[in-house]
Design a binder for this molecule. Structure first.
Ligand code: CAA
Length: 385
């Protein structure tokens, strides 16, 4: 029996801020962002968007195509949770009108947890192949204004349906794992913005890649030469280049170690325009490859999932022949183009006004069908248009 990704769809925020405007404000050469970190824009959420509304927008096309039969588990991966107790997935369950006969849970380990969600889903389907699992990765990546991480902010959600006999990607059973208790990036409970030791986090990411790859090999994983592409967690897209160079070096591919290689082609297009989307980022890289790359039917794709703190995993899957027919390439492009550009003043105002104590109503501005209306008695309210 094969198990893997049967369908995949993504959503992002309704606003966009150009890094050229951030560079202007800082009085620096925009080359630092465009080439140095590999980012041109960041998605910003409208007042009435959050991780639940993005998740609803990402999941809706999947549910419209496949229905809800057999979906008995929803796993919602995020590190920008909206409640310390209630899982964001339960709000999603409500707005999507999912059946009551479903278990819903939220998973957290920085940017890694969507990969854990997929692994849990594979186990559920292996035990009962008639079941399908809806996996959601949704995050609003926010840093302090004027901090080193500011240019890498962004927001997106990816929804994936995990099933037996998948139509998109058959996931192979071997994983390489690497966990190390470090403080490279974290967000204490009283903050809505992350704290980061930026350059240290880059070093930990690369060391984790090495650890996970070596474990992958020791577990009988596929040879480096057999990978057509590798999708990396992309806190900024240049990180994927550094990672690919490191992997090529460890794997002994001297030619690729010094260059941007074919292994990344097609995987950075969405992330360059969206920014970091934490848990969603690696699966947005995968969707970018699916939508924008050549037909790679039958080819092996590698995945390196990294979550600060730090947990990481290297695994692989094979693209199912005919997978291109399952995609909706125009959908992401339309969503990216529909974002309303905001200038530096508006970007800064929205960033500062993000944290609101007490009850409030939001401004009606999202283009999505589900909106976050505000809070009443400190209870989050969602409504469908
Ligand atoms: N033209 C071209 N390139 C330029 C340039 C110019 N005018 N000016 C600078 N650059 C290059 C620099 O040479 C550098 O390239 P290298 O990394 O290849 O040396 C690059 O632009 C960035 O410049 P700096 O290193 O000076 O940038 P910085 O220190 O201000 O910020 C950063 C870099 C620390 C990574 C920062 O973006 C940051 O803090 N990001 C958030 C943390 C992060 O994303 N960490 C990644 C690993 S952790 C993770 O993956 C989890 C997660 O999602 C957060």
């Amino acid at each position: 029996m094969t198990i893997g990704i049967h369908d995949i769809s993504a959503a992002t925020g309704g606003l966009v801020f150009a890094l050229a405007d951030l560079a202007d404000h800082e009085g620096i050469d925009v080359g630092k962002y465009h080439r140095g970190i590999g980012q041109t824009e960041m998605s910003v959420l409208t007042d009435d968007e959050d991780i639940v509304t993005m998740a609803a927008r990402a999941a809706t096309p999947i549910l419209e195509r496949h229905g809800v039969d057999g979906i008995r588990t929803v796993v919602f991966a995020t590190e920008s949770g909206i409640d310390q107790s209630k899982a964001a997935g339960v709000f999603l369950h409500g707005v999507l009108g999912l059946p009551h006969e479903v278990r819903v849970v939220e998973l957290k380990e920085a940017c890694y947890s969507a990969t854990a969600a997929i692994q849990f889903a594979l186990g559920i389907v292996a035990r009962r192949p008639e079941e399908r699992v809806l996996v959601i990765a949704s995050d609003n990546a926010r840093y302090e204004l004027d901090s080193s991480g500011e240019a890498t902010q962004g927001a997106a959600a990816v929804a994936m349906l995990i099933s037996a006999s998948p139509a998109v990607l058959e996931i192979e059973p071997v994983s390489g794992l690497w966990t190390d208790d470090v403080m490279d990036f974290w967000r204490p409970n009283d903050r809505s913005t992350a704290l980061v030791d930026g350059r240290y986090s880059v070093a930990v990411y690369l060391d984790s890649l090495e650890g996970a790859w070596k474990d992958y090999q020791s577990q009988g994983g596929a040879a480096y030469e057999s990978f057509a592409r590798v999708c990396y967690h992309q806190p900024f897209t240049r990180m994927a280049v550094k990672a690919q160079q490191r992997l090529a070096r460890i794997a002994g591919d001297a030619d690729a170690a010094g260059a941007d290689t074919e292994h990344l082609a097609g995987t950075t297009i969405y992330n360059t325009r969206i920014g970091n989307s934490y848990t969603a980022s690696i699966y947005l890289a995968f969707l970018s490859l699916l939508d924008n790359g050549p037909d790679l039917s039958g080819e092996r794709i590698g995945f390196f999932s990294y979550g600060s703190g730090a947990v990481s995993e290297f695994f692989a899957g094979v693209l199912v022949p005919g997978y291109k027919q399952q995609l909706r390439p125009e959908s992401m492009e339309r969503m990216l183009e529909a974002r309303r550009p905001i200038d530096y003043t508006e970007y800064r105002r929205r960033h500062v006004e993000f944290d609101r104590p007490g009850d409030f109503e939001t401004v009606d501005e999202t283009l999505g069908a589900v909106r976050f209306a505000g809070t009443t008695d400190l209870k989050r309210q969602y409504e469908r248009r």
